[in-house]
Design a protein around this ligand. Structure first.
Ligand SMILES: [Zn+2]
Ligand SMILES: [Zn+2]
Length: 309
């Protein structure tokens, strides 16, 4: 059987979940951001401007960008939420990305904690992700505190090219090992002060291109993350996993602890893994092409799969 998100014959929509405009500290106007992503071949983008009381780099409202939407390109109301209490961040602020926020979502209060802010965004209906864990030294203890989020941002392009701290897969794996069913996102966090557009994205399988359908699909984990390669499908049969993808040199299955299997070659597009003896509750699939660009599936849980297919 085909595994989600490849199992329902839906269209894949390419989108950026994390980016900034002149509504907060980005260089481009909201229209300029939308036009840039449309020209890059995206189907949607999120203007996740900073939402916090500090007007040096933040907005105090969620941007209503719906006037930028058209039939073949949409925006999803979003924000990067901040509040006090983050250790090691230079400003002591949490950074949490919330996609699909109501436009009246309020700036965090003076006493609101990171976990409370995450829960308020989840309760408001948003798809909530832990932004750039590596960039601002998110500790494992802090990750556990905000594990009520849906996802971990495992790749942040502007953090990668401007700080050499763009990854979050270690924190995501930590939460998976702790038993939290988090999904993954790759994003740009574009401000367009540098050439930081089009480096990390999600491919979302949804019924149609509208904000509600995209957010529902993200919450269901019906997406994968990429900096280049494409998954064509993942399939499950007799406890074996089949991977078909664009041309890559490495295909890895990663589980709990250091459990892993991998296959290697020159521009391979297919691999089969026997997971009958895979000693892990979950696995995730990564593909790496010759130039080091990667795509990551969301995690799959063997409890849900064993004996099926
Ligand atoms: Zn941030
Ligand atoms: Zn940001």
């Amino acid at each position: 059987m085909l595994l989600p998100p490849f199992d329902r014959g839906q269209t894949f929509f390419r989108g950026n979940l994390h980016g900034h405009s002149t509504h907060s500290d980005g260089e481009f106007s909201p229209l300029g951001v939308a036009e840039t992503y449309r020209e890059l071949g995206y189907d949607f983008t999120c203007l996740s401007d900073h939402l916090w009381k500090n007007d040096r780099f933040c907005a105090q409202t969620v941007l209503d960008s719906t006037h930028l939407d058209s039939e073949d390109f949409i925006t999803v109301p979003s924000a990067e939420l901040h509040c006090h209490g983050k250790q090691y961040d230079n400003d002591g602020l949490w950074h949490i990305v919330a996609n699909g926020l109501p436009l009246d979502f309020a700036v965090a209060g003076e006493d609101e904690t990171g976990p409370e802010m995450v829960q308020r965004a989840v309760d408001a209906g948003a798809y909530v992700s832990i932004a750039h864990p590596e960039w601002y030294i998110l500790t494992n203890d802090e990750a556990k505190q905000v594990s009520n989020a849906h996802a971990v941002e495992i790749y942040n392009h502007s953090c990668a090219i401007e700080s050499s701290r763009g990854y979050g897969i270690a924190i995501a794996d930590f939460l998976l090992n702790e038993g939290h069913r988090v999904s993954f996102t790759a994003t740009d966090d574009s401000h367009f002060r540098t050439n930081d557009g089009g480096g990390g994205w999600v491919m979302v399988a949804a019924d149609q291109l509208d904000a509600g359908a995209i957010i529902d699909a993200l919450k269901a984990g019906h997406h994968y993350s990429s900096t280049g390669p494409e998954f064509h499908y993942l399939a499950w049969d007799s406890n074996c996993l089949m991977v078909e993808c664009s041309a890559v040199d490495h295909i890895c299955i990663s589980g709990s602890g250091h459990v892993a299997q991998s296959q290697h070659g020159s521009n391979i597009t297919r691999a089969i893994f026997d997971l009958n003896t895979f000693k892990s509750d979950f696995f995730r699939v990564s593909i790496i092409d010759r130039s080091g660009r990667q795509a990551w599936s969301n995690p799959y849980f063997l409890d849900d799969l064993m004996g099926k297919g």
